[in-house]
Design a protein around this ligand. Sequence first.
Ligand SMILES: Nc1ncnc2c1ncn2[C@@H]1O[C@H](COP(=O)(O)OP(=O)(O)O)[C@@H](O)[C@H]1O
Ligand SMILES: [Mg+2]
Length: 293
Amino acid sequence: MTDQAHNLRNLVEKKRKEKVETILKDREIKIYCIASGKGGVGKTNVVVNLAISLQRKGRKVLVIDADLGMANVDVILGLYPNVTLFDVFINEKSLKEALIDGPEGIKIIPGGSGMIKMTTLDTAQQSRIAEEFIQLEDVDTILIDTGAGISMNLMSFIAFSQEVLVVTTPEPTALTDAYGLIKVISELQLKKNIKVIVNRVSGKEIAVFTFERLRNTVEKFLKIKLDYVGYIIDDIRVSNAVMDRSAFVLEYPNSIASQCIEGIADTLIGKEANAIKLRTMSEVYNRLIKIFG
Ligand SMILES: Nc1ncnc2c1ncn2[C@@H]1O[C@H](COP(=O)(O)OP(=O)(O)O)[C@@H](O)[C@H]1O
Ligand SMILES: [Mg+2]
């Protein structure tokens, strides 16, 4: 009888441990930076739709619009922010004031257009933003949308993120610029692995072919390993949704483009980040300060 009770207690204890472990595992914070060499290849659309898809799969997603030149996450989602990242840095607005709710429960920190230069924050500003950042508890996935082109700001966001997702199309210009970006990341030794999404393709074969072309060149000349995470079909409904100021995964949930996004979300969730594991927003913030401070 006592043996049985003992076994039962052991079992309960084991279950409790397992539960805590899964909660901890689930609470690991992943930061993805979405970048491209050439502009207009679909980064913002990837960010917005992927954010919604990941949220639907149980992630708690925060989108940071870090396209300091032409921020438009809010535009695609039909949101009208009063306060932006620009005001947080420059006008002493609080992060809470800038934070807005997007569809399906995603959170968004909208970008400020015309904010070309990232300002250096003084210690008082740093601790003010740090306090507020740490309070963003209900977040386990951060997607950072960035502007086109290679800049030091972009490199800082890449360094801050655990994973970089490079978006390209099959066009030679987009591929050349993607290579250029990856080359700079490699030379600055910011990452060893980069994930690639091929957008605007007519089918899977073209996507794989495009990825292999890029991989052959990258792995021949650079010390970077590329991972294919998926493709998005070229579909007029993507731009229709933009015209309607909505995300295509909301407007056309059964479209192939939406299925493609879902596939990418599954791949990301399935693949373990090979970078430092972050568990709290204060760890995330400390990482940020090391780069921007
Ligand atoms: N898969 C796609 N199918 C059709 N059009 C697309 C697709 N992806 C992007 N587009 C078009 O390209 C435009 C630019 O996309 P966007 O996400 O704003 O690019 P970026 O953020 O890289 O500048 C969109 O407004 C849309 O019209
Ligand atoms: Mg964009």
